[in-house]
Write a protein that binds this ligand. Sequence first.
Ligand SMILES: N[C@@H](CCC(=O)N[C@@H](CS)C(=O)NCC(=O)O)C(=O)O
Length: 203
Amino acid sequence: MKLYDSKVAPNPRRVRIFLAEKGITIPAEQVDLGAQRHKTAEFTAINPLQRVPALVLDDGTILTESVAICRYLEALHPEPAMFGRSPLEIASVEMWNRRVEFHLFAAVSTVFRNTHPAMKQLEVPQVPEWAEANKPRVMEFLAFLDGELKIRPFIAGDAYTVADITALVAVDFMRPARLAVPEDLLNVRRWHKEVSGRPSAAA
Ligand SMILES: N[C@@H](CCC(=O)N[C@@H](CS)C(=O)NCC(=O)O)C(=O)O
């Protein structure tokens, strides 16, 4: 297997953290997004949507989409379970991962992509007003999450799951998007401290 990765980008980081939690190592090739290496014919043959991460299997099959890659790895290496175990846990992890992807990760990405000078060549056109419109969405969802994290330690329940990885990466991505977690969201802050202290967070 080979992972097409980018150390500076949030979606590949989700897969790297997942791999670190599982204790799996996969050979990786860095794709330089700044140099637009993902737009080359060579990489377009791997992912016609020109996005990382991408996982190439030994038989040449290509998987893209961070969660699809993680699900494949979960099926190969079930322990520790990162997508839940019981029917209810599996559904709860799915529900929370989707909520975090749509309401937090996508909103933070929108702010970053439409404001950061490094994205000028990749987000065409950049629409600063669209970034502004997404800033309150980030804050609203974080406030909602703060209430949820008052009653349980992790995003989807009592266990650390892929939903925590998505949320951790989204919250860390707030920094280059020039957003900050409000001081008074103590439960989000407590959760963030806990999950970013895991060794996998450095992956
Ligand atoms: N839905 C995809 C998103 C992949 C994605 O957007 N990757 C970004 C890096 S985080 C990328 O390759 N961006 C290149 C570009 O915007 O041109 C996933 O979950 O993996």
